[in-house]
Design a protein around this ligand. Sequence first.
Ligand SMILES: CC(C)(COP(=O)(O)OP(=O)(O)OC[C@H]1O[C@@H](n2cnc3c(N)ncnc32)[C@H](O)[C@@H]1OP(=O)(O)O)[C@@H](O)C(=O)NCCC(=O)NCCS
Length: 192
Amino acid sequence: MELVSATTQPAQLQAPAIEADNPQIPVRPLTSADASAFRSLRLESLEKDGRFFKKPDDDETRFTLAQWQERAKETPDQCWFGMFAHNDMVGIARIYKTADDTAEGGSLYVIPDQRQHGVADQFVHAALDWLKPKTEIKFLEFHAREDNMPSRHLCEVHLKGEKIETVDATYGDGSSGPAFLYRIPVEHLRHG
Ligand SMILES: CC(C)(COP(=O)(O)OP(=O)(O)OC[C@H]1O[C@@H](n2cnc3c(N)ncnc32)[C@H](O)[C@@H]1OP(=O)(O)O)[C@@H](O)C(=O)NCCC(=O)NCCS
């Protein structure tokens, strides 16, 4: 999620606390073959939980299937992931480079009846694995709206992310309010 009007605060970084993987919730990079389910989940996320996401630059409801196929393709700088349960896509999220040494996780969405089963946590593992060979990337960042407690819990408790900024943000449902930018150093994971 890209946000606006940042106010910088001092950063004190800690090592992440990463829990064990859950093999019952497979997570993998999307491909163009996932376009149809990808479209459904992404549009559902904007419709149901737009208050937690930046308003998209484009009207994604008008994208063609070919555009979703193109969007699903991994590149060196970004990757959309799908999380699965019994072969159904139950979550999506994206990781993308925002600077030479930084990547951001965003667009994280888990369908309501699959929440609180560790689906988002599985994405976090996948994101860290994706970063490991990209040795130029030193930091993983996430934005979380101030009142989004599940998202903040992931950042603060699971990842021990340090709040480095508070930003005044506008969201997909037209509302506005503060969000926190969390930063997690990932360098040590390559040597763990
Ligand atoms: C945020 C979201 C992705 C979390 O997905 P999830 O699969 O339910 O998360 P997990 O099950 O992996 O839970 C991760 C942690 O968050 C905690 N958590 C989940 N829901 C919570 C809630 N409603 N309140 C407090 N903590 C919560 C879990 O307990 C877990 O911590 P624990 O292992 O220490 O108990 C999901 O709630 C969602 O899609 N929300 C709407 C969209 C959104 O807010 N996206 C993030 C935008 S930044």
